[in-house]
Write a protein that binds this ligand. Structure first.
Ligand code: MF3
Ligand code: CO
Ligand code: CO
Length: 293
């Protein structure tokens, strides 16, 4: 057996980057928790046009950050790239200052970097990316009062065939889940399709973290599971709804632990994970992916 990549450990997190006053912030920045959204998930055409702008920007930011994933680069350097891109386009990076669960600090960075066995919510720090790492970058842009949210998995260098397969299958699982989302169907159809496809390839689809309604709130309260949750999560999908689909597939067991930083979620057995996320608009004729560059 060749050298085995050591597990991911907590690194040094730089102070929160400042945001110029002229950039409008989401309501939760500086507060203990985000306000509960009571406006539902079906939006006006005018609001949807605004979400289109934020979603496109988030997708462009993700592509830009993805170009910088390479051996030798730190995850905080990726954060800098995302931060600068989003600010340069007049938007606020939604995760920066996002409130944590009770008693936990707010998220300190402009994107999440979740490497290898980190399932999600990894905090950018001085961790140096190594050849073959799977780096999940999750970045969200807030502009004109609405959020667009997306995530991609990038392999540093070539990676193993096993990692490449995990990444490919996870992307395909997301796309199949999105395509199964049709008006009149229940939200739980999405996860049913994702979980089935994952299992076919020997992967587990994480249950503890889900997709969500997105737009005027970062997380509206609508939950989109990535597993077969029926008869739960039976919200009927209707035109003008906007939500994310963001499966995390595990090459092993999805049992997980949260670090004492209040954010980083890792697999208990060290299994590696891939994730993709799109912000999706439901139209009369079916799903439309909004997070395209
Ligand atoms: N972008 C993540 C999502 O898809 C949320 C990250 S919240 C953070 O829902 F605080 F961890 F950044
Ligand atoms: Co999301
Ligand atoms: Co996200």
């Amino acid at each position: 057996m060749g050298p085995v990549r050591e597990s991911i450990v907590k690194g040094l997190v730089p102070p929160m980057r400042p945001v110029p006053r002229e950039i409008a912030r989401p309501e939760y920045v500086g507060k203990k928790r985000a306000a509960r959204w009571g406006g539902g998930d079906v939006h006006s055409p005018e609001l949807i046009d605004k979400i289109r702008v934020s979603a496109k920007l988030a997708a462009q930011a993700l592509a830009e950050v993805g170009k910088h994933v390479a051996p030798g680069v730190t995850t905080t350097e990726l954060d800098r790239v995302g931060y600068e891109f989003v600010l340069d386009h007049g938007a606020y990076p939604s995760t920066l200052g996002y409130p944590g669960s009770a008693g936990r600090p707010p998220f300190p960075a402009s994107l999440c970097t979740s490497v290898n066995e980190v399932i999600c919510h990894g905090i950018p720090d001085d961790t140096v990316i190594q050849e073959g790492d799977i780096v999940k970058v999750d970045i969200t842009a807030f502009k004109n009062g609405v959020h667009g949210d997306n995530c991609g998995s990038f392999i540093a260098g070539e990676g193993s065939e096993r990692s490449r397969k995990l990444v490919e299958v996870t992307h395909e699982a997301m796309m199949r889940g999105i395509k199964a989302a049709l008006p009149g169907r229940e939200a739980n159809v999405i996860g049913r399709v994702i979980e089935k496809y994952a299992a076919r390839h020997g992967y587990e689809s994480v249950r503890d973290y889900t997709g969500h309604g997105v737009g005027p709130a970062f997380h509206t309260g609508l939950v989109i599971p990535h597993y077969d949750a029926a008869p739960m999560h039976a919200d009927v999908l209707v035109p003008n709804m906007v939500f994310t689909v963001e499966p995390m597939l595990v090459d092993g067991s999805q049992d997980n632990l949260e670090w004492d930083d209040g954010w980083t979620v890792v697999t208990a057995d060290g299994s590696w994970v891939a994730q993709f996320e799109h912000t999706v608009l439901m139209t009369e004729s079916g799903p439309e992916v909004l997070t395209l560059p």
